[in-house]
Design a protein around this ligand. Structure first.
Ligand SMILES: Nc1ncnc2c1ncn2[C@@H]1O[C@H](COP(=O)(O)OP(=O)(O)OP(=O)(O)O)[C@@H](O)[C@H]1O
Ligand SMILES: [Mg+2]
Length: 321
């Protein structure tokens, strides 16, 4: 039998077939290790962190937009074969919009946890760190790094700061929005596992070109909580204070128009009060339903009827899901 002599990739000389195969596997392994090391370095440099899966469970099934995101984004990304079979294209770029404190950031983190992907936040302030003239260049470099990563949720909060409407913007703002318009399609390579999520309180201020189909796959409203949503969050924060026998139905009925951020702040106030009280009187102090109601009556929720109305109009005009 003829013995095949094959050129070794690593040694650049002819070796036996088995040796060449082993050598090839070694070099593939070394390449994969190097790739992983490069990715790990980049993840560290970009401040990536891993979110616990449990974060998803803190969202009630009715908290907007949990069901929608589950069906439209998480399932297609996780069930790749099934989604390919049915021609479903998983969304790669999203905008979340809604009033302050409605849980947009919390939601994006929970999504990353549910997917088991890394979470990276790109702060507009960091893009601005070298001066306004450099924002476009910084955005380009950051996105080049992002494209080298795999299984990441990339989050940009206060998106209007870098993607404001070009009609009213200065020359520099316009060039940043233009850069963004170039970068978004580049992140959406078929097969890539990068999900870009941008959040804003001011969807009306975003450049119309960014909102057109083809740039962002989904534009998702994140609005007020219904009773079930409030109940889940009230239970979450009640479990963190020193309380007993709380009438949850009553609290749910008294916290209409409260955002998650309002509920969190309310419970911080309650916790501080009971802590101070026990410190002063040196006797066990248990928070009661009445004590919580008393704080609720003094609390001004951040959503006004005008803000809710405005949000409803925006949801009708801008949502794409
Ligand atoms: N389901 C939830 N359970 C418990 N806490 C929550 C939940 N949703 C949001 N929160 C808390 O409410 C606060 C406000 O949420 P978040 O920061 O996500 O709001 P936001 O919409 O991003 O606000 P902004 O528009 O100001 O950026 C956060 O501290 C967050 O941890
Ligand atoms: Mg936020």
């Amino acid at each position: 039998m003829d013995h095949k002599w094959i050129l070794s990739e690593r040694l650049s000389r002819e070796v036996g077939f088995r040796a060449a195969c082993l050598d090839y596997l070694d070099s593939v392994e070394a390449d994969t290790d190097a790739l992983h090391n490069r990715q790990a370095d980049l993840l560290g440099e970009m401040g990536a962190h891993f979110i616990e899966k449990d974060a998803w469970e803190t969202l009630s099934d009715t908290q907007p937009p949990k069901q929608l995101v589950h069906k439209r984004i998480i399932l297609p990304l996780r069930e790749e074969i099934l989604s390919r079979k049915h021609g479903v294209i998983p969304p790669k770029s999203l905008i979340f919009f809604g009033p302050p404190g409605t849980g947009k950031t919390h939601f994006v983190k929970a999504m990353a946890g549910k997917l088991g992907w890394w979470f990276i936040e790109i702060l507009p302030s960091l893009l601005m760190a070298d001066g306004v003239d450099k924002i476009g260049a910084n955005l380009r470099t950051t996105m080049e790094k992002v494209r080298k990563l795999d299984e990441v949720v990339v989050f940009i909060d206060e998106f209007e700061e870098i993607a404001a409407s070009r009609d009213e913007a200065s020359r520099i703002d316009r060039s940043i929005t233009n850069e963004f318009l170039k970068q978004v399609p580049m992140l959406k390579k078929p097969g890539s596992k990068i999900l870009l999520v941008c959040a804003t309180n001011y969807i009306r201020q975003l450049d119309a070109a960014l909102l057109r189909p083809g740039r962002f796959d989904c534009i998702i409203p994140v609005g007020t909580l219904d009773e079930e949503g409030r109940r889940t969050i009230l239970q979450h924060y009640t479990s963190k204070i020193h309380a007993r026998d709380i009438d949850m139905d009553l609290l749910v009925s008294l916290t209409q128009n409260f955002t998650p951020a309002d509920i969190e702040l309310l419970f911080q106030i309650i916790a501080q009060r009971s802590f101070e009280q026990e410190y002063e009187i040196r006797q066990e102090c248990v928070v009661t339903t009445d004590a919580i109601i008393s704080e609720i009556s003094k609390f001004r929720p951040s959503l006004t009827p005008e803000m809710i109305e405005e949000f409803k109009q925006d949801a009708l005009k801008y949502s794409r899901i």
